[in-house]
Design a protein around this ligand. Sequence first.
Ligand code: XIL
Length: 743
Amino acid sequence: MKQTVKLAVALLLAMSSSSVWAQWGAPVDPNPNMGMKDAYKDYFMIGVALNQRNVTDADQQALTRQEFNSVTAENDMKPGMIHPKEDVWDFEKADKIANFCRQNGIKLRGHCLCWHSQFADWMFTDKKGREVKKEVFYKRLREHIHTVVNRYKDVVYAWDVVNEAISDNPRGRMVDGKWTPGNPYRESRHYKLCGDEFIAKAFEFAHEADPNALLFYNDYNECDPGKRDRIYDMVKKMQDAGVPIHGIGMQGHYNVYGPSEEDIDAAVTKYSQLVKHIHVTELDIRMNMEMGGQLQFSRGEAKPVAPYMQALQNDQYNRVFRVLRKHKDVVDCVTFWNLGDRDSWVGVNNHPLPFDENYKRKPVYYVIRDFDPAVDNAVIKDDFKPNYWNQPGQEYPQVNSQGYVRFRLDAPDAKSVIVSLGLGGRGGTVLRKDKDGFWTGTTERPEDPGFHYYHLTIDGAVVNDPGTHNFFGSCRWESGMEIPAPDEAFYQVRKDVPHGNVSQVLFPSKSTGEVKTAWVYTPPTYGNFIGKGAKAKQRQRVGDGTSGMERFPVLYLQHGWGENETSWFRQGCAGIIMDNLIAEGKIKPFIIVMTYGMTNDVKFGKIREFTAKEFETVLVDELVPYIDSHFLTKADKWSRAMAGLSMGGFETRLITLRRPEVFGYYGLLSGGQYAPEDIKDPKQMHLIFQSCGSKEYPDRINQSTEALKAAGLPAVGYVSEGTAHEFLTWRRSLKEMAPLLFK
Ligand code: XIL
């Protein structure tokens, strides 16, 4: 797939302008100095958890300043680090992070004051190792909280007061024949000593120490409906009892498969009924299945990510941020748990963050930063209809009147389904299982009008969509999709129009030792005798019986790289376009010959060596004579045209220039340009037609056409509005070019 894109890039570069690079190559960041915090300034703060290395290294400091406006100490403010023994305090590392924030005017989230893990466990026992009473524990906890909160009061604006006090999976059981629900609280040492009272106590102590600080309860698996409700109930109970709790921290340790957008939305919505402040406190999206508490670390040297995995992560980050933006009135800070993948506590090979192991922005960074509010607010009309090319009886894929495409697929055991359509810079449309168990999804934006190739990637395997027909492109049969265009009538099959034929021709090719295939369009009047009545009848009796028949000019029409001889008449609708033009009297009928341009064999990196020599022999020395001897053609140069799209244009340019005696009309459709100096004799052709889509390189086409005209050459340029390097550009180009041929 990557290879395919690279080759297409190489081909386009070889054929035309450098501006194409911007369209097909690595994205150029128009705002390199804009950080995530800037992009989200009207939404929420963007934070990061830092370690000692991050605040020591100058580059990492600079990155933090550029991207973030809130910081959390990853470990260095935890009770176990800062207060390892009753009379031992170690503030050095925490101070270093606090000072970095002070010096740079960055806000600090305090993490955390009371937790079952990385805790000051000495608080539970006396000098002899015996369990203390809860009153002793509270006294110690209070002193701890007061000391820490006071020390960082000037810079810490919010504290995670209690961390992870709710159970993941409370086991209910039968007691005396009655179902008794399990304990909603984590049965930690704290809980065993104090019951849930310690939670309220910790909040009270923190509030005493700094009445201005925002106090949070923080937990993971916070979108799981069961745990979400347990957290809700606990916070509600505390609030009802007057405990000073201001916010809920959603840790946000997610993975590429979940939680679903709906569950995140439901959690934020539910929590916002209780608190005015929601922080996502520890966001990362790992690439393995585990979530929250059950972790699968993936450390070691960074390994490359499979493209489909990256697409899943891009999509998951996109969904998470879309939900959070929607709730910007209650969400006021979103913190990434670690600066770059190398720092991540789940390991570099989970690739969980927007910055890679070298602190470079990853593609997913741009998914997060460069969101489009218009997409957030888009209203998608519910008027979806089956795609034109759907297989019999298939309801999906569907297209709506705005050009959005909706997919629905049955793949019960699949872990992931991605549709390559609707790239939006992030690898396609990721489908999610709906409540009925079908994989469904809609493109993020309307697609360009016209025909698009696409495929599915199911758990990393590339397959076609069983819902629709297959079309040859990218060196294989791919699924195809049609977005209605305003001008679609010109390529639609009409009942009121006589139709020609497209027939298969097998011709011998000596040079390759093969029997090759061409498809030949013959117009509706092909085989008719010239004139009417007795005179025409008379002509039938002469010679081989064809002598009185009309003879036609021929257009040799080439496909692009990765396509084949079927592409022009199937997805290109070449025959239908001809039938319609002929019926409307816009053109005099002619024949179109479509053969394989031997383009699939061109290997990556070899495009500059590609001469089209072998194909020239097949076309000019083998196919043209065959067609002239088997069809009713006018067998002269002024009745012969050659045109091609994309790489077929590249071939057209080479062959028409090397064999000026064969063709009298030239067409390059998104296939480069002729330069005036290419043309040895200004009378060697009657037309140079050059075109592309407005989303390709229209300036180049217009400039080139002007230059050719200025040199006295019969050049015509055409730009297809609103289309890119795709078949609607070429259908329209054929429609524009056909009336200019054989004049
Ligand atoms: C993690 C740190 O990132 C690791 O370095 C450490 O070994 C364990 O703790 N929930 C929390 C964080 O609230 O404090 C945890 O941080 C991750 C889970």
